[in-house]
Design a protein around this ligand. Structure first.
Ligand code: UT7
Length: 331
């Protein structure tokens, strides 16, 4: 490490989920599914759905303001805003610009980051590097999604899984410990497993793409499942090895909240005990890039993370992508 480099810590967290709750029983009236199947196969009981006029930048801004309040930082002091999302307000401009305007962070640089459900972890590692190098002194990283607007509500393979929400962290340069290590990976050979096929340069929107429902999320769930376990395990091990920490020393493990069975298998193969694993999947479903961010904020606010704890965030998603980050929690 260059001696000018500094440590980086999380000085605030925040999250926001839309008010509207969609239960498994509600879904039974929409597609051929049932509460028992959804709970047994996924662990999800309900999810939040944004209003028609509620966008990703709206809910991301609410999460951001809560994180800034928690960090005791004024929006105008912010130097960088990264929004990790797969459901931006528009293809361009970046949702981060819209958030910047809404929260009046007038001095911040802004960009979006798209890395499937791993987006928030990619965003944190990116912001960490900006601060470590001394380029910026602080950064706001948001994972925000309104995937309900991109889900085919006639497709039971996907519509029971996803939900809307946003989570945020404020990172700041710090003299003592904080973020200890990270790992990121991409594997484009799995790009076909989860995608929105139309609405961009490959298949621009047309009557035909709409008729074929290609502007909605398509997923081969089984294939994704296998990769999810393999990559979250490998990524967590890589990040822990880089800072010489054993999986048994992890105090709070926050995995991407996609499926209870995936989480259980990953924790088991890593040797992390159940009581160290944070889960809120039952309440929100898979909120994609927001999932780890919301879970981190809830874990902090519920007192599940104490000063000095080793916290690991790990995620996996479309791309394919995977990533993990190891943090020594310091107040
Ligand atoms: O965020 C990152 C991206 N996403 C993920 O990580 C998702 C990873 N994959 C999964 O979570 C699981 O694969 C799913 C929950 C999507 C599916 O669970 P599965 O155990 O892999 O089920 P399956 O796809 O093998 O389907 C089993 C059966 C099928 O019926 P048949 O062909 O055996 O008669 C499906 O048609 O379950 C049926 N099925 C459903 N039944 C009731 C699929 N979706 C539903 C449903 N309700 N909603």
């Amino acid at each position: 490490m260059n001696k000018n480099m500094q440590n980086v810590k999380i000085i605030g967290t925040g999250s926001y989920v839309p008010e509207n709750v969609l239960t498994n029983n509600d879904l039974e009236k929409m597609v051929d599914t049932n509460d028992e199947w959804i709970i047994a196969r996924t662990g999800i009981k309900e999810r939040r759905i944004a209003k028609d006029n509620e966008t990703t930048s709206d809910i991301s801004s609410k999460a951001a303001l809560r994180a800034l309040e928690n960090a005791k930082l004024n929006p105008e002091q912010l130097e960088l805003i990264i929004v990790a999302t797969n459901s931006p307000d528009m293809i361009f401009p970046a949702t981060a610009c819209l958030v910047q305007d809404k929260i009046e962070a007038i001095n911040a640089a802004t960009f979006d980051l798209q890395a499937g459900c791993t987006g928030f972890v990619y965003g944190m590692i990116t912001a960490w590097q900006f601060i470590v190098s001394g380029f910026y002194n602080n950064a706001l990283v948001i994972g925000g999604e309104t995937l309900s607007k991109f889900v085919d509500w006639t497709d039971r393979n996907t519509c029971v899984l996803f939900g809307d929400g946003a989570g945020a962290v404020v990172l700041k340069a710090n003299k003592t410990e904080g973020i200890l290590s990270g790992h990121l990976k991409g594997d484009g050979s799995g790009a076909d497993l989860i995608k929105i096929p139309a609405g961009a340069s490959k298949n621009p929107t047309s009557h035909e793409t709409i008729k074929q429902r290609l502007h909605y999320v398509k997923m081969k769930g089984n294939g994704v499942f296998k990769y999810a376990v393999k990559y979250m395990k490998r990524s967590t091990i890589s990040a822990l090895e880089k800072c010489n920490i054993s999986a048994t020393d992890v105090d709070c493990f926050i995995p991407h909240q996609a499926n209870m069975r995936i989480i259980e298998v990953v924790a088991k193969v890593l040797g992390i005990k159940k009581d160290k694993v944070f889960i809120n999947l039952d309440k929100y479903g898979n909120t994609s890039a927001a999932s780890v961010a919301i879970a981190l904020d809830e874990a902090v606010r519920q007192g599940k993370i104490q000063n000095g704890d080793i916290v690991v965030l790990t995620a996996f998603g479309a791309g394919l992508t995977s990533g993990s980050i190891v943090i020594k929690w310091v107040k």
